[in-house]
Design a protein around this ligand. Structure first.
Ligand code: 13P
Length: 240
């Protein structure tokens, strides 16, 4: 089984910083993870901001985009289209992140359109889902219904789908979900899709090893703790 370790830089790190980061990451992966990557046991992806996108031509990891509009190009101020992404050879995208749903008002219709468009373009799609605290507190049935509705919005049998379960209450809080909560939720998700299931929400170098051992967890999507290459490298190491 392949483990996926991904870093979502959000609106952090400049182009210069990402350039230095990628050089360090490439060196680290070359020296410590080359075999695992070559044997498809490990996949490493990073998602920088638009201005820091680099060509996806590294040997041991991939560059993805945090967003993309569902058009080749056109009158969509502030957005980025497939044509711009293709120039960077980018073939992976995050869709449905709770920050885009909640801060930028992306609704399920917009998310579904993005999904269809980028699936048609053959992208690897990291589809992010996860409940708010209120839903979690309502109990397991409510949680199931919530996640089911988020997955019903897309084609869960898309072959290049990766589902990232990121409970909103664990994102950027420094407190990840507990191992048994992740285990329970990933078991529910595994009944809904055969896609690899990542966990995201306050993953760091100290808790990644434990999280990666949980059944039905195929990897992690890391925010804050991916911003320093050394910390991200430690998380990658815990997957080996
Ligand atoms: P943190 O790791 O900072 O909690 O962010 C998680 C996340 O939103 C990744 O997409």
């Amino acid at each position: 089984m392949k483990t996926i370790i991904a870093g979502n830089f959000k609106a952090n790190l400049t182009r210069k910083q990402v350039a230095a980061y990628t050089q360090g990451l490439e060196k680290f992966l070359e020296s410590q993870c080359a075999d695992s990557i070559k044997n498809h046991k490990l996949q490493v992806d990073i998602f920088p901001s638009y201005t820091a996108l680099l060509e996806d031509n590294f040997k041991h990891f991939h560059i993805g985009t945090q967003n993309g509009y569902f058009a080749l190009s056109g009158g969509f101020t502030g957005e980025i289209g497939l044509l711009q992404l293709q120039e960077f050879e980018i073939h992976r995208i995050l869709i449905g992140h709770s920050e885009r749903r909640n801060l930028l008002g992306e609704n399920s219709e917009c998310i579904a359109k993005k999904f269809r468009f980028y699936a048609e373009a053959g992208f690897e799609i990291y589809y992010c889902i996860g409940e708010d605290l209120q839903t979690r507190e309502k109990g397991e049935e409510a949680l199931k219904n919530f996640l089911n509705a988020q997955l019903a919005n897309i084609d869960v049998s898309y072959p290049k789908l990766v589902v990232a379960y990121e409970p909103i209450w664990a994102i950027g809080t420094g407190v990840s979900a507990k191992a048994e909560q992740i285990a329970k939720t990933h078991k529910i998700l595994a009944e809904m899709t055969q896609a690899p299931l990542l966990y995201g929400g306050s993953v760091n170098a100290d808790n990644a090893g434990e999280i990666l051992k949980i059944p039905n967890v195929s990897g992690v999507l890391v925010g804050s703790a991916s911003l320093e290459m050394e910390s991200f490298a430690k998380i990658i190491k815990s997957a080996l």
